[in-house]
Design a protein around this ligand. Structure first.
Ligand code: XMP
Length: 318
């Protein structure tokens, strides 16, 4: 089933086989689903809930790198979908682990380690032996190619979770690409806000701040992200987001010359995130975004719009 071609994909059979396999592999053990509210992790968790019922518990880890209000919003949606879900506040743990780190790959690796250590503690407490996660084919391909370390790719690069963290991972979507995952989500009648949800990287805002993170930068990025998402809310682009670029630029802040942050705005069209193109955006829209960001976030001096396709760029900045 390793194909990008959605026409040959039998969604009904996929759901039936996945449920059977989750039941078989997990035996009678308790299973935890790591949920982010994205389409991949929600579909994986839903398949597990259909297979295991009450034996499936969902957790949302608040690492401090989610969008404004996102942890509460996602937990509410999952609750409405019938999940037994817990919100775990691990903000301090992640901030401490990432303090002073600026290299992108190091950030990703520390994120992965902190994420799985947090999960591992929860699993031990819950006496759960299996973790369901929404890893998809594109995550594995890009990690194996060495383009970047996707935080949820473990076994495929030789990290034995049983040995390292004392649990096993179940990845029902590992052979699917995004369009197929969305097809499964629609088939399972998940709400549109899940099935059509814009991809958001596992390490979230962590990888949209180039270099070292801080509470101040995270606060700025949450606000900029909200503005960009609001401005493109009625559009159907694959991803729209803001990032904090390295360094500062001169600006006039509170009527004084002052160095301010540089925000990059990225909008891409794509099918599967393997390639992407930048659509033409009306100039007036770009000016509005720039004005809103600099007016609403005083410490930002510049807003840049990125016109680079993938390849040669990647979608994210790190
Ligand atoms: P790139 O930047 O490689 O992104 O063109 C391709 C797709 O993957 C998402 N992405 C990530 N997702 N962990 C994730 O879970 C990551 O470390 C990561 N890096 C990129 C990105 O948003 C895009 O959809």
């Amino acid at each position: 089933m390793k194909t990008k071609n959605t026409t040959s994909f039998d969604v009904e059979e996929f759901v039936r086989k996945s449920i059977e396999e989750i039941k078989k592999k997990s035996g009678n053990e308790k299973v935890i689903a790591a949920c982010s509210g994205g389409v991949d992790s929600t579909v994986a968790a839903m398949l597990a809930k259909m297979a295991l019922g009450e034996k499936l518990k969902a957790v949302f880890i608040d690492d401090n790198f989610r969008r404004e209000g996102e942890p509460e919003r996602v937990v509410k949606i999952l609750g409405k979908l019938g999940f037994d879900v817990r919100l775990i506040n691990a903000r301090r743990k992640f901030m401490k682990a990432l303090k002073g780190v600026s290299d992108a790959e190091k950030k990703r690796k520390i994120f992965r380690k902190t994420f799985y250590e947090t999960i591992s503690q929860i699993m031990k407490k819950e006496k759960a032996k299996f973790l369901i996660q929404g890893t998809i084919a594109a995550d594995i391909i890009e990690t194996k190619k060495g383009i970047k370390t996707q935080h949820n790719v473990l076994e495929q690069i030789g990290i034995k979770t049983k040995k390292t963290y004392s649990f096993e991972v179940l990845e029902p979507l590992k052979n699917l690409f995004k369009p197929q995952v969305r097809e499964v989500a629609r088939y399972l009648k998940l709400p549109r806000e899940i099935s059509e949800r814009m991809p958001f990287p596992g390490p979230g805002l962590l990888i949209r701040i180039i270099g070292e993170i801080s509470e101040e930068k995270l606060e700025i990025l949450r606000k900029a992200t909200k503005i960009v998402e609001e401005e493109f809310a009625s559009e159907d682009f694959f991803q729209v987001f803001a990032a904090i670029l390295p360094g500062k630029a001169t600006g006039i802040i509170d009527e004084k010359k002052k160095l301010g942050y540089i925000i990059g705005v990225r909008v891409v069209k794509s099918e599967d995130a393997i390639t992407a193109t930048v659509p033409e955006i009306p100039y007036e829209k770009l000016r509005k975004i720039s004005r809103r960001i600099t007016n609403e976030i005083k410490s930002v001096a510049r807003v840049l719009f990125d016109i680079t396709d993938k390849p040669p760029a990647t979608i994210e900045y790190e």
